[in-house]
Design a protein around this ligand. Sequence first.
Ligand SMILES: *Cc1c(COP(=O)(O)O)cnc(C)c1O
Length: 374
Amino acid sequence: MSQVPFVDLSWQHEPILAEITQAIAQVIEQGDFILGQAVTELETAFAQASGAEFGIGVASGTDAIALGLQACGIGVGDEVLVPANTFVATLIGVLHSGAKPVLVDCEASTALIDLAAAAQAITPQTKAIIAVHLYGQMVSPKELRDFASTHNLLIFEDAAQAHLAEREGDSAGSIGMAAAFSFYPSKNLGAMGDGGMVITSNPDVAKKVRSLRNYGAHRKYFHVDLGTNSRLDTLQAAILNIKLPHLPTWNQARNRAAQTYDHLLQPLKNKEIFPLENQSANGHIYHLYVIRIAQNCPLSRETIQEQLSAQGIQTGIHYPIPCHLQPAFEYLGYKHSDFPQAEILSQEILSLPMYPGISDSQLRQVTDAIQNLF
Ligand SMILES: *Cc1c(COP(=O)(O)O)cnc(C)c1O
C-alpha cells in the first residue's frame, strides 16, 4: 500500500522547475530584490486574473488583511464581523488593523459565515464584514452584496484559500472594497516562502496599501502614513509569475478530484459521513476537501484519523479549535456555546488529502480505507 500525503507539491513543481530556476537566476542578475520588476508583473497579472484593477504585494496573507483593512479606513473604534471558524490569521489581521473583531457563527452545510447570524451582531460601530471564502468556496456574492448594502457595511474578502474561485459569475477578490490573498506554500497559488497580496479596484485604497507596506512613504524618505515593512519578495514574485498561468488547470484538477471523492463517498452517507456542500459547482477550487463525521457515526473522528494514519494516509483538521475558544483571544470575552455550529463543525470535520495531481487510485485508496473500517 502506498502512502497518500496530505499535500504533495512535486507534481506542480517538476514540469516548471527549470523555468523557476531561470526566473530566480534572472532576479539575482538584475539585483532588484526589493519591489523589483517581478513584483510589479505579478501585481498586474494577479489582479487582472481576479477581476480587480490593482494588486499590491505584501509579506503575508495576515498582513494583507491588516494593511488592506487599514487602507479601507477601518481601525480603532470600528467593529468588523468575522466568522468564528476561520484560520486565526483572519482574526489576527483584524486585531492588527486596530479594529475590534466581532465573531459570527457559520452555516453547518458549507462552514461559511451565516449572514443571518451576522445581522444579529451588528452595532452602531460595525463598519465591515470579512467574507472568508473558506476551503476554496466563495460566500455567495449576491447574498453578501445584499447584506452589505442593507446594513451599509464595507465588504472585505479573505480570499487566502480562494485564488481564482468563482461563484455566480464573480471572482474571489472582486466583490469587496478590497481582498487579501496569501501565497503560503500550500495555498492553491503558493510561493516558496511567505507572501501575500491585497487586490482592489479602488485607486485610493491601492495607493494607501502601497504606502503602508513601505514604511508609509509616498515617495522615498517622505512619510505620510504610519506604515510598516511588509513587501512581497521579488524572488517569491518571480516564482509566482511562473506558477500563475498554471493555476486554472491546477484548480480544475482539484475540482475534478473533489467530484471523484464526492462520488466515492456516497456509500458512506448511511454511516453519517459526508462532504460539506458545494454550492458553486466548478467555481469551488477545493483548497481543502472537508468531510463531516457526524456525532452519530459509529466510529469517532479520532479513530478514523488514527486508522488512516496507520495506513499511511494523512488527514488534517481545519480547524480543531474555533477562534473564540483559543487562549490568545480569551480577552475578547467569548465562551463555550457562543457559536454552536462552529463548535460542532470543529468536532466533526476532517480534511482528506487534496492537491492537483492526486491520482484516482489514491482517492480510491482513501475512501476504501474509510469504508473498510466499518
Ligand atoms: C493562510 C490564511 C491566512 C494567512 O495567510 P498567511 O500568508 O499565512 O499569513 C489568512 N486567512 C486564511 C483563511 C488563510 O487560510
